[in-house]
Each structure stands twice: as structure tokens, then as C-alpha cells.
Design a binder for this molecule. Structure first.
Ligand code: KIV
Length: 272
């Protein structure tokens, strides 16, 4: 039975807070288009992230940097049209909030107005606090993102695990506390040691959602193309593949081609 059989109770930022308090784990997946988001919502996934990973998995860019505000809004509005229950969080793309807090606010307002999303996500800690504060004053909920922050890939140089050293771990803890204090409703921690992530989750009262951050956090997020096994070349340690869609899709496309070539498709019952 679908979770929509009776009218679904919408997930809000308050629901997530209650889930943390009750020890219920939060499920989050990315989605970028209407059809996929409908299935994710129907499955009862709590949060749909319209991630700037769309830049990689939808557009084929090497990094998340090229995706634009308008492109994010296009993806987010497609997702919002599909969703009945999930909370839809939209990534603020690179360049839309780092400049100054006024620009950050107008980018966040544009996302909320034009996509219908329910919240925004921003990468960074104390260096973007002023922008987060300003966005929050407009009543827009903000999810933080610390650890491996892909928009800073050219500063890091690689996608290896972050905050393994004492100094970076201390900075991450200070950033997490600052994000909570300023009023973020949740924080994503990406690719950091599991014990550090668990410490952060215990330290802050807001939900902490991990990707490559172990089991001691309040919820998990994966990129949908990765967990479905659409790209068979991406196999990081943290990824659990729930399907091998690459193989299934490849087979389907090859079968279709063979049927077209042989004249088997369409048959009489598939014709008017
Ligand atoms: O853009 C994205 O998909 C993300 C997740 C990896 C958390 O930020």
C-alpha cells in the first residue's frame, strides 16, 4: 500500500526536530525531476534534496560549480510539482550566496518564490553566518552543510575524507555549533569520520544528516543516481547500492534496439 493511501501528513522542519527528539531516523534522497520525485515521495522518504549534484548527475559536469540559480529552480520546481508529503530542500548553487548577504537573501527568495521549495541548503560554516542570518530573517528555513563541501573542491583539491586531523575537527565542531545557534534547522555532514559525526549529532539539538558520516547521526542522505546504481563507475566506500539500474537499463535499451531491428516491435496488438 502506498503511503499516500490516506492523505499524507506533510513533513516540516518541526517534524524533523521531533524525529530527532524521539530517536526516529530521518531518510533523505536527492531528486531533480518530476517522475523520480513522485516515486521518492510515494516511498515515504522524509526529505527530498534538490542537490546541486544535478550539475554532475543530470548535466555531466565534473563539479557542482557550473550549475546556475535558474537551473536549480527548474529542477526544484519539477520536484515540488510531484511531492505531496516530503520536505523539499533546495541547494543554493555556487556563486549565489558567497558574495554578500544581500545577494544571498535575493537568491534564496528567488528559489522559494519560483520553485515552491520549502527550505534551502548552504555549504559552509562561520564564514557564511551573516548570509544565513539574513535569509532566516525572511522566514526561509536553512539547512547547513559541513565536512566535504563540494562547492569548495578547488580549495580542498580532492574528494577525500575531511576533518581527520584534530584542528579541522575542532573547526567543524565550532561551525556546527554556530549553525545551530544562528538558527539552521538541520545540518548535513559529508564524508567525515563516523565518531566525529556522532559527537556533533550529540552536541547539537538540531538533526544531523550524514553522507559518508557513519551511523551515529540522526539521518542519512544519498544521491539517487548513486544508490540506484545508474553510474557503475562511482563506488565510494560509503555508498550502498540498492539496485543496479545501469545493467537493467542497458539491457532494456539493447532489447528495444534488437526488437526494432528485427521488426518484432511493434506487433499487431501494439498497433492501431
Ligand atoms: O548536492 C547534493 O547532492 C548534496 C548531497 C551530497 C548532500 O549536497
Amino acid at each position: 500500500m502506498s503511503v499516500h493511501a490516506s492523505s499524507p501528513k506533510k513533513i516540516t522542519t518541526h517534524t524533523l526536530q521531533e524525529m530527532k527528539q524521539n530517536g526516529q531516523k530521518i531518510s533523505m534522497l536527492t531528486a531533480y525531476d518530476y517522475s523520480m520525485a513522485r516515486i521518492v515521495d510515494e516511498a515515504g522518504i522524509d526529505v527530498i534534496l534538490v542537490g546541486d549534484s544535478a550539475s554532475n548527475v543530470m548535466a555531466g559536469h565534473e563539479t557542482t560549480l557550473p550549475i546556475t540559480l535558474d537551473q536549480m529552480i527548474y529542477h526544484a520546481s519539477s520536484v515540488v510539482r510531484a511531492v505531496q508529503r516530503s520536505l523539499v530542500v533546495v541547494d543554493m548553487p555556487f556563486g549565489s550566496y558567497q558574495g554578500n548577504s544581500k545577494e544571498a537573501l535575493s537568491s534564496a527568495i528567488k528559489i522559494m518564490k519560483e520553485s515552491g521549495g520549502h527550505a534551502v541548503k548552504m555549504e559552509g560554516g562561520q564564514e557564511i553566518l551573516e548570509s544565513i542570518r539574513r535569509i532566516l530573517t525572511a522566514g526561509i528555513p536553512v539547512m547547513g552543510h559541513l565536512g566535504l563541501t563540494p562547492q569548495s573542491i578547488y580549495k580542498f583539491g580532492t574528494y577525500v575524507v575531511r576533518a581527520k586531523e584534530e584542528e579541522e575537527a575542532a573547526r567543524l565542531i565550532a561551525d556546527a555549533k554556530a549553525l545551530e545557534e544562528v538558527g539552521c534547522f538541520a545540518i548535513v555532514l559529508e564524508k567525515i569520520p563516523a565518531d566525529l559525526a556522532a559527537r556533533v549529532a550529540q552536541m547539537v539539538q538540531i538533526p544531523v544528516i550524514g553522507i559518508g558520516a557513519g551511523a551515529g547521526v540522526d539521518g542519512q542522505v544519498l544521491v539517487i543516481h548513486d544508490m540506484l546504481g545508474i553510474n557503475n563507475e562511482f563506488n565510494p566506500r560509503f555508498l550502498r547500492k540498492y539496485n543496479n539500474l545501469h545493467a537493467h537499463m542497458l539491457q532494456a535499451f539493447q532489447d528495444y534496439k534488437a526488437d526494432v531491428q528485427s521488426g518484432d516491435f511493434p506487433n499487431v496488438s501494439e498497433s492501431y
